[in-house]
Write a protein that binds this ligand. Structure first.
Ligand code: COA
Ligand code: AMP
Length: 632
């Protein structure tokens, strides 16, 4: 089949196209209302259909005779563990945990926070919630208690499921005390905390409302999947917005399942039974879609990898996993490749393993620089496919759809529109831009299945954040352009969000925290180039007492403050003290200019600047501190 014919069908008659794709799933009740749109043209898919994600990911495959196939391969170099979990075993674990949750009063529509490391129990917990129709919200383990508390207050979970500890290379990170602290910080209090004890040296202290995971499961009886309306929320996943408060992206069940099933075959090119590996974390959207739900829906064996691309134990880990588990398609972030490339520039480790099972290497999460792409192509000798999506979309919007017709790779581009996504580049006034003209990347409504349904508890933010800027379009928040062959190039965010090691972070949130330090008069936080992580945050602060002889101590306190409030994942390690910040005549801080000076972009000094001399001042500070292009 040709890409363009297939794509055009999806745009010309979306209802017919997605009806056919939805038929690939086993619904408890087949949908007859395929596509409806509200007054803003926002789409609702399959509204009268009923299904259950946990059933589709597990029980269906057992009914089809594949109970003995590996559903999950848990490979954890940090705990020296490998576990092969069949669909039978997965069913037993998930249905019994669901039984335990039900005994504790969890019902359809209740919210449950999951704060766990990369262990099978995190997947069991997600699938057990889905089985009951409870809405899970997984919080990434690198977030601090304060961030967890914000999410507790926002989604008001009846229960939190956690573990004794995570493992960061060789450090044990105690999770349970973080949960206790978060609950004490939050106004809302969950009924119970379930704790999975990993049996490490981190001792778990159970409070009155806490329950041991294994005791709960051992005492409970398995339960079956309940039938849920297609629009029933499967999960809430918090992501950074342009304010200090993260936003809870709400995902439906039926549209998401249809889109994921479609994407496994059509984008990633895998067939049921193949081994698929997304080297991410269940706390991110990549983990939700391509460690857990996508592969399991498609009856792929999914690899759950608890480790890092380097240091666990070295830069050969990825290739060992591919070779040992016969991975056919792998997905990671360019950061991971850059980290490996730095340790093993000649790719010597790759040559030590037979990675001939690998057919495609997918990359996403941040911009992929050309040298990383070329290095990966050269050493892996398979098509390396950069593709673009967001927490909001839940699955790729721009890609090279390997399962349809592999297109030539153009370095620097994230490929062409995926079926269902009518991608346009708009100018400030919402006019479509011609080829090779940069603008706002937007999607013309109606959107395909799988896209976010709402922002949890905040429909106004959903409208304002995505639909009001360009009526009739979904605004992605990214800038970019299309070339004459319809290949799209993403140039970066058009807002205050940065991407650090593929992790999406809000500089506005960091600024709020930095400015809360008692010695800070004003500040700006923005992303600067980082060789490994793509971007890293840099904070410039003006102190209240400009003669302070405690600058170094204040800087350290600010760094620790961000680490304490957001967590280590913010990678906030650089603060500089300046006498003043560049501003417009109306007093707005020129953050873009600050970033441009450090990154050596061809910048123009904005005409609105109140004093152009400040550019020299900032340049001097960057030079003195080896920032960006001024690195010696
Ligand atoms: N729990 C607790 N802490 C965590 C954590 C978790 N789940 N994940 C990360 N952290 C901590 C790290 O230990 C580190 O702490 P430190 O400042 O004390 O060293 C900090 O958060 C920053 O982590 P990270 O950004 O991962 O940097 P790193 O230096 O530890 O590792 C890479 C660098 C490149 C190896 C790593 O970023 C990586 O593997 N990136 C791939 C990204 C990815 O898969 N993204 C998913 C989107 S597709
Ligand atoms: P997240 O919601 O965490 O998945 O982050 C989504 C953001 O990451 C997007 O809006 C982009 O800014 C960026 N992003 C994701 N994939 C790519 C890619 N392949 N190339 C460039 N930027 C990307």
């Amino acid at each position: 089949m040709k890409y363009l014919d297939f794509y055009n069908k999806s745009i010309q008659n979306p209802a017919e196209f997605w009806k056919q794709q939805a038929a690939e799933l086993s619904w408890f009740q087949e949908p007859t209302n395929i596509l409806e749109s509200d007054q803003n043209k926002y789409s609702t898919w399959f509204s009268d259909g009923e299904l259950n994600m946990s059933y589709l990911c597990i029980d269906k495959h057992i009914e089809d005779g594949f109970g003995n196939q590996n559903a999950i391969i848990y490979d954890s170099p940090v705990s020296n563990t490998k576990e092969f979990i069949s669909f039978y075993k997965l069913q037993e674990e998930v249905s019994k945990l669901a039984g335990g949750l039900r005994n504790l009063g969890i019902e359809k529509g209740d919210t449950v926070i999951i704060y766990m490391p990369m262990i099978p129990q995190a997947m069991y917990a997600m699938l057990a919630c889905a089985r009951l129709g409870a809405i899970h919200s997984v919080v990434f383990g690198g977030f601090a208690p304060h961030e967890l508390a914000i999410r507790i207050d926002d989604c008001k979970p009846k229960m939190i499921i956690t573990a004794s500890n995570g493992i960061e290379i060789d450090r044990l990170i105690p999770y349970k005390p973080f949960v206790d602290e978060a609950i004490s910080l939050a106004s809302f209090k969950p009924d119970n905390v379930i704790v999975f004890d990993r049996g490490s040296s981190v001792k778990v202290i159970l409070n009155e409302q806490d329950i041991d995971y294994e005791t709960l499961v051992s005492k409970s009886s398995p339960v079956n999947s309940v039938s849920l309306a297609s629009n029933h929320p499967l999960y809430i996943l918090y992501t950074s917005g342009t304010t200090g408060k993260p936003k809870g992206v709400v995902r439906d069940t039926g549209g998401y399942a249809t889109a994921l099933k479609f994407s496994m075959k059509i984008i990633y090119g895998v067939e049921p039974g193949d081994v698929f590996w997304a080297a991410s974390d269940v706390g991110w959207v990549v983990g939700h879609s391509y460690i857990v739900y996508g592969p399991l829906l498609n009856r792929n064996t999914t690899v759950l990898f608890e480790g890092k691309p380097i240091k666990t134990p070295d830069a050969s880990t990825f290739w060992r996993v591919i070779s040992e588990h016969q991975v056919k398609v792998m997905f990671t972030a360019p950061t991971a490749i850059r980290a490996i490339k730095k340790e093993d520039p000649e790719g010597d480790f790759i040559n030590k393993y037979d990675i001939s099972s690998l057919k495609y290497q997918f990359l996403a999460g941040e911009r992929c620089d050309v040298s990383t792409l070329r290095w990966t192509e050269h050493h892996l000798k398979v098509p390396v496919i950069d593709h673009w999506w967001q927490t909001e979309s839940g699955w790729p919007m721009l890609a090279n759809m390997a399962g349809v017709e592999l297109q030539d790779v153009k370095a620097g581009s994230v490929g062409k529109p995926v079926c269902g996504y009518h991608i346009v580049i708009l100018d400030h006034d919402g006019n479509e831009q011609p080829a090779n003209t940069e603008g706002y990347v937007a999607v013309k409504l109606p959107l395909p299945p799988g896209m976010l349904r709402n922002i949890w508890g905040n429909p106004e933010r959903f409208q304002a954040g995505y639909l009001q800027q360009f009526p009739g379009y979904y605004a992605s928040g990214d800038g970019g352009y299309k070339d004459e062959d319809d290949y799209v190039f993403i140039t970066g965010r058009v807002d205050d969000i940065i991407n650090v090691a593929g992790h999406r972070l809000s500089t506005a949130e960091m600024e709020e925290i930095v400015s809360s330090h008692k010695e800070v008069a004003e500040c700006a936080v923005f992303g600067v180039f980082c060789e490994i992580k793509g971007q890293k945050p840099l904070g410039l602060v003006v102190l209240k007492n400009s003669n302070s002889n405690q600058e170094e101590q204040i800087k350290e306190e600010i760094i620790q403050l961000v680490r304490k409030e957001i967590g280590p994942v913010a990678s906030f390690k650089d603060v500089l003290v300046v006498n003043r910040l560049p501003k417009t005549r109306s007093g707005k801080i020129l953050r873009k200019l600050l970033r441009q000076i450090s990154d050596d972009l061809n910048f123009n000094i904005p005409s609105t600047i109140d004093d152009p001399e400040i550019v020299n001042e900032i340049t001097t500070v960057y030079k003195q501190n080896n920032i960006g292009q001024y690195k010696i």
